[in-house]
Unconditional design. Sequence first.
Length: 410
Amino acid sequence: MAAIGKERLGLYISIPFCRSKCTYCNFASGVYPASDHRRYVDRLVEDMRGSGAWAAKMGVALPRNVDTIYLGGGTPSVLEPNLIAALFGAMREEFAVDPNAEITVECAPGQIADETLDALVEAGVNRVSLGVQSFIDREAHVSGRLHSRSVVLSDLGRLRAAGIRNLNVDLIAGLAGQTAASWEESLSVLMDSGVTHASVYMLEVDEDSRLGREMLGGGARYYAELVPTDDAIAQMYERAIERLEGAGLRQYEISNFGQAGLLSRHNLRYWKRRPYLGVGLDASSMLLESSGGHVLRSTTMDDLKGFLAAPEPAETSWLSPDRQHEEAWFLGLRLNEGVNLSEMRGEFGNERVATALDAVSELIDRGLLTSDRETVRLTAQGRLLSNDVFQQFLATPSDRNGVAAGGPAR
Ligand code: SF4
């Protein structure tokens, strides 16, 4: 099962505040008054202080040494500088943060004030992820983004001048109005910008987002009729792989590309099933049982009002070794390096791994997986249909599921 050993922890801090709501977004994020920012950060600090007691109560190991921190959301850069300082101060009081820890903050272009940038540098932030989505201004605006291409490029320059050189840009294939030509242009600008990392997502419209409701119910406010077809989106994604790889941004996960040595260490933790603690709204944790082979997964509530007033316990489920084995397949297959069969057998035993090999053979026959005997990987087609592939590894009902008292947020 997942090894505890002298494992280090990853910390995920959810900041659910944005300046505006994107049309396709259905995250637990929104536009809230500054007074809520202060109350929310107070809660985060309190929850981090209570995390050790909660872990002990749940019977899971909570490593004190932290080697990756990720502030996501939402748009963490909307926090006032004094709140950024308070949050990182509390984090460093509660945990021993490695001197070479990767510390990432998601920022919205055009929303990084000079004082905010100073506060991020002061806090030790060494990686920034910019939610660009498109370098074509009209596509960004139609999606509800407030920035322009020139603002993004200026922010990248400011971040580098401040000493933050490990920079990620997110792009989305499938925005309303996007065409093959405009996608090529976005990719060219991204590559010319010299960023060290890119995340490229194929738009999946949630039916509860404003765009999703318009796609289902009709209307013209969010330009639903201009959303490209699934085939066009798939072609954009394949083109991104070709072009980014050609520019030295190697694909290492379905949606992620990076220069050698600058892959996202925090996100790799999720796919490699290394422990992390999520603090804040709608935050997930994965921690290993202190004695025994189970893994605890938990997720906190996603309603900000309730979270600030009277937080409910996190929803938790214990993953048995069978369930962990399934996860090892569908998380490991996300990575281009694939799933190593010897390592799987070493961790889960021959018998358990053998139960998955029928599904593997069938998926190889369908052209969605490839195998060189030692390693199993997604094919290019498998990456486009990855959810179908992962579904094949979900067979065993989890045991010991349920809602337990407490949660990392409490
Ligand atoms: S910035 Fe991110 S979290 Fe905020 S509304 Fe847009 S997509 Fe959602």
